[in-house]
Design a protein. Structure first.
Length: 216
């Protein structure tokens, strides 16, 4: 009798909403890439925006952060433009290219940085024009809304959502961690995060940050 080939392990989708300019989201995203190696998980990338989140309270922010929010539109617009043209599957590699330049190479958020990231991601240079166009803002806002509504307005990026046992997503902000755990440590953090996030009525586990992001 001919045997059917054994099917591969079904992977759990983990939807991840990111803003390329957030260093803490970057740390969490690098952890999620490790989780993919040690657990049957597949990350699906989506855009959210600190510029959208904070647009109604710019006057309350210190000038440095207000300026960061004003310049934060460019990278998310380019991400949305790339996804619209080539599909959401390009977002992972584009995010890696953008984050490497923003957080590791300190290239800022200008057009030269965008062009370099697009080249590294194998995407056409004309997508850089999206950074100065508000034509993509409705799509940015829609993607942001989809993610933030899963966790509430009083958090930021990243947001992660996975299918829950009852049919509804288990969603949470974070985890905020530095440096990004690797190997078995990445797996343990994933398992623990899902465990607490899956408890009905669980909302917060937090302590004061005493370190800046450690990118190495």
């Amino acid at each position: 009798m001919r045997r059917e080939p054994v099917s591969e392990t079904v992977k759990t989708p983990a939807d991840f909403w990111f803003d390329p300019v957030c260093p803490w989201a970057w740390m969490t995203s690098r952890w999620m890439l490790e989780v993919e190696k040690v657990r049957p998980v597949e990350v699906r990338w989506h855009v959210m925006s600190l510029s959208v989140l904070n647009e109604h309270r710019l006057d309350e922010l210190p000038e440095r952060y207000a300026e960061l929010n004003r310049t934060g539109w460019g990278p998310v617009r380019v991400c949305v433009a790339a996804a619209q043209r080539f599909g959401d599957e390009v977002l992972g590699r584009l995010y890696t290219a953008l984050g490497t330049r923003i957080h590791l190479e300190k290239m800022g958020r200008g057009r030269d940085m965008i062009l370099s990231a697009l080249d590294d991601a194998g995407l056409p240079a004309d997508l850089a024009d999206a950074m100065d166009s508000d034509a993509y803002d409705d799509a940015v806002r829609a993607s942001h809304k989809e993610g933030i509504e899963k966790v509430g307005q009083d958090v930021g990026t990243p947001v992660i959502a996975v299918p829950g046992a009852g049919g509804e997503d288990v969603a949470f902000f974070g985890p905020v961690v530095t440096p990004a755990p690797k190997g078995e440590e990445a797996a343990k953090l994933w398992d623990g995060t899902l465990l607490v996030a899956s408890v009905p009525g669980f909302y917060e586990l937090k302590r004061t940050r005493t370190q800046d992001p450690i990118f190495d």
